[in-house]
Design a protein around this ligand. Structure first.
Ligand code: GLN
Ligand code: ZN
Length: 758
């Protein structure tokens, strides 16, 4: 029996790659320095994995594995060809638009989108009917040689041809599947080259198999692997992130030497798959959860695996369910974490240890790893029995919240009249999404406070000073609904998680989001309770400084859930309801404190959507229910806002409407309001603030462009129900940019009022 891995985190346990990249982009260091950090990280990863029978190679990337594949296949956008500089510069131009700070040959960056249902983002391959492919295998052969020098048995990892096409976008409306024929010879050449460089097995990733596939895509899989069947390597065709369902038979019929499946999410399908596969095919089972941070219950897993191993014998391989890219590197760095909770966790290195223990138990019997199994059993039992995990009061409270707890006391038409009377806002009211510039000074204050260099009083006074500043600027600008600016928040999820029981935080549990960007998801381990108000004092302080309404600002339950590592011992739905109950408490406290407008951000609602469409309805049901539970306990006079950082909700607009927020602010400026097309067919019942300018860009938007955008919006949504706001929070902008942009935005609203008053 073989143990292997599908991929390892490449950013480095201390984010070494991030810092090397940023220093290279800033031109503080040269390419040699960058490449040497990269080589060091690869070496490290090989050493860490040397006890595996097969170690993944080619999973390392300077920016993104899909972009790597585009370069390997010679599918490089025209706009970066024939520009000065080498391959590395071309590569970063596609990734980020420019190779470095001083690059004068900027181009538009490749589009970035989410990698299946993870929080990792890849650079979308671009295709046209004219796309041609040409092999450049140097990256892979170079890394194979490194691995050979380290004495490990390497297994190159590549993205399969069908998934590669599926991930990409046609730029001219042509059918990208038609390119398969041109692509396959390059794949064949690649496999041959890998064989010449010593590869026996090659892992070919086709995660597309866990999505809903139409017949042409299923046929393409069959065609592709029939074509590649004669190559001198053994193909391990890998799928992950979910179940195969109706694609199982297609997978089982592919002429490959082995298949890898996600046996965490898809354990129930394993028996059917084994029955469908030819008698000699290798079956790699992804049994360690690569998407979460909990220890595996090894005894329970062995109970299931032992008979499977008895049946499959040498054909059985074991691995994590997917690449370990999606979990942090090493738990050993977390010496400041609560030790009880830490004993329940496994990061990438600990997951590989689990794999070893499993492998040995299956090869030599459980006695051979009796001590490891006993230790594992103690951790599992400790977590299961811990009072820290279960809080009966929370459970009783959540159970007592009836369905009606999510209903407003009056329908929108009625309560909006009450709100209009209370708030006295002009037509086209102006507001912002919540955060104002997070200056170096603010970050320094937060850090000094965390280190104990500032007292609580000093810290709070610094925050109040910032609030005074933010409120004064907004009054000068003439905005209608003000915010306090969110200076106290490091992160919109972490800030709330830190004040809820049931959460712990890692110190260096970083996970790559894209390129050099990493996130450190909080870990939600137990029942969620809000011991005390979280935001009331900041909002009421801001409100005390002005006669204008100040919005309370919260993160919603679905976003808290989707941006955390959450417990795996109960359905996500139950965890989300608990989060909702905690946010509800905060909402009601804000209302009691006299806050008349409360915004609940659901930036990540869309991200949690299942990969398969038939499963959307069920997710949306509980996601919307959770939002309603959090938000809708307020009186008719209280205006609820929500914000979403996107507006691709053509397909979920009914669920968005069912949230029943009084006002929703969304991202639309980059699509020129094109994303508002949905409102032509669906009459959204409440108020909308379609973001009128892109906060991701330092450019100051001019008045005319914003007036024009809102006029477009007013053709689809009655002007009485339109708000004027940027498309997201302003925390990444500087003050001068912010003031200039908002001045123009307020002026745009004034012009619209005159235009529409007539
Ligand atoms: N209120 C948050 C802010 O303004 C919203 C951020 C987000 O949507 N990602 O920063
Ligand atoms: Zn946003």
């Amino acid at each position: 029996m073989i143990i292997h891995n599908l991929g390892f985190p490449r950013i480095g346990a201390s984010r070494e790659l991030k810092f090397a990249l940023e220093s290279y982009w800033a031109e503080r260091t040269g390419e040699d320095a960058l490449q040497s950090v990269a080589a060091g990280l690869r070496q490290r990863n090989l050493q860490w994995q040397q006890k595996l029978d097969y170690v993944p190679v080619g999973d390392f990337s300077l920016y993104d594995q899909v972009l790597d594949m585009s370069f390997t296949l010679g599918n490089v956008p025209e706009r970066v060809k024939n520009l000065p500089g080498g391959d590395t510069e071309a590569y970063f131009r596609v990734a980020r638009g420019r190779a470095s700070a001083g690059d004068t040959h900027t181009v538009h960056a490749g589009e970035m989108t989410k990698w299946f249902d993870t929080n990792y983002h890849y650079i979308v391959p671009e295709f046209t009917a004219q796309s041609r492919f040409r092999l450049d295998a140097d990256r892979l052969t170079g890394q194979l040689k490194e691995a050979a020098r380290s004495g490990v048995q390497a297994k190159p990892v590549i993205i399969g041809p069908v998934t590669y096409l599926w991930l990409g976008k046609s730029k001219d409306g042509s059918d990208r599947l038609a390119l398969l024929e041109k692509l396959l010879p390059v794949y064949r050449e690649l496999l041959e080259t890998l064989a010449q460089n010593g590869a026996g097995w090659v892992q070919v990733d086709e995660p597309v198999l866990v999505t809903e596939l139409e017949k042409p895509w299923l046929d393409a899989l069959a065609d592709a692997y029939r074509y590649l069947a004669g190559t001198p390597v053994s193909i391990l065709l890998a799928t992950y992130f979910g179940t195969l369902q109706g694609n199982l038979e297609t997978l089982a019929a592919l002429p490959v030497a082995g298949v890898h499946v996600d046996a965490v999410r898809g354990r129930d399908e394993v028996e059917r798959l084994v029955a469908a596969l030819p008698g000699e095919t290798v079956v790699s089972l992804g049994v360690i959860d690569g998407r979460n941070v909990w220890k595996t219950d090894l005894a329970a897993l062995l109970d299931w695996l032992e008979p499977v191993a008895g049946q499959l014998k040498d054909r059985l391989w074991l691995a994590p369910s997917c690449s370990l890219l999606h979990v942090p590197v090493d738990l050993a760095a977390e010496d400041a974490m609560d030790s009880e909770v830490r004993s329940w966790l496994a990061f990438a290195l600990q997951k590989l240890e689990e794999l070893h223990t499993l492998g040995t138990a299956l090869r030599s019997g459980r006695n051979a790893v009796a001590e490891e199994l006993a230790r594992n059993a103690r951790s599992i039992a400790s977590r299961r029995g811990s009072e820290r995990v279960r809080n009966e009061a929370v459970r009783a409270r959540v159970a007592s919240l009836s369905g009606q707890a999510g209903d407003r006391s009056q329908p929108y038409e009625q309560r909006s009249l009450v709100q209009r009377r209370m708030l006295q806002l002009p037509l086209f009211p102006t507001t912002t999404i919540g955060s104002f510039p997070q200056t170096a000074e603010i970050r320094a204050v937060r850090q000094q406070y965390r280190k104990g260099e500032l007292s609580l009083q000093e810290y709070e006074e610094a925050m109040r000073a910032n609030i005074r500043h933010v409120v004064a600027r907004q009054e000068e600008l003439g905005l209608d609904v003000l915010v306090h600016g969110e200076a106290e928040r490091n992160d919109m999820v972490e800030y709330f998680g830190e004040q809820l029981s049931g959460y712990v935080f890692s110190r260096s549990g970083w996970v790559q989001s894209y390129g050099s960007r990493c996130v450190k998801p909080p870990i939600l381990y137990g029942d969620i309770e809000r011991p005390a108000p979280m935001t009331v004092k900041w909002i009421t302080y801001a409100a005390s400084l002005t006669g204008k309404p100040v919005k309370g600002m919260l993160t919603g339950p679905v976003t808290m859930l989707n941006w955390s590592f959450v417990r795996d011992d109960q359905p996500r739905e139950d965890t989300c309801r608990q989060l909702a109950a905690a946010i509800r408490d905060e909402v009601l406290d804000l209302e009691k404190a006299g806050v008349g407008i409360i915004q609940i951000d659901e930036a990540a609602l869309r991200e949690g959507m299942p990969l398969r469409r038939p499963e959307w309805a069920e997710y949306l049901r509980w996601a919307v229910e959770s939002f309603r539970l959090a938000a809708n306990g307020v009186e008719a006079r209280t205006q609820v806002h929500t914000h979403m950082c996107y507006s691709q909700f053509n397909d979920i607009i009914e669920s968005i409407a069912a949230m029943d927020a009084d006002v929703i602010t969304i991202e639309t400026s980059r699509s020129d309001m094109g994303l508002l097309d949905v409102f032509e067919h669906f009459s959204y019942p409440n108020e909308i603030g379609p973001g009128v300018y892109d906060i991701h860009s330092p450019n100051v938007p001019d008045v005319e462009s914003m007036v024009e955008l809102l006029c477009k919006a007013a053709r689809r949504i009655p002007p009485q129900r339109l708000w004027v706001n940027p498309d997201c929070g302003l925390k990444t902008r500087t003050w001068p940019e912010t003031v200039a942009a908002l001045e123009n935005m307020v002026e745009a609203a004034r012009r619209l009022r005159t235009m529409f008053a007539a």
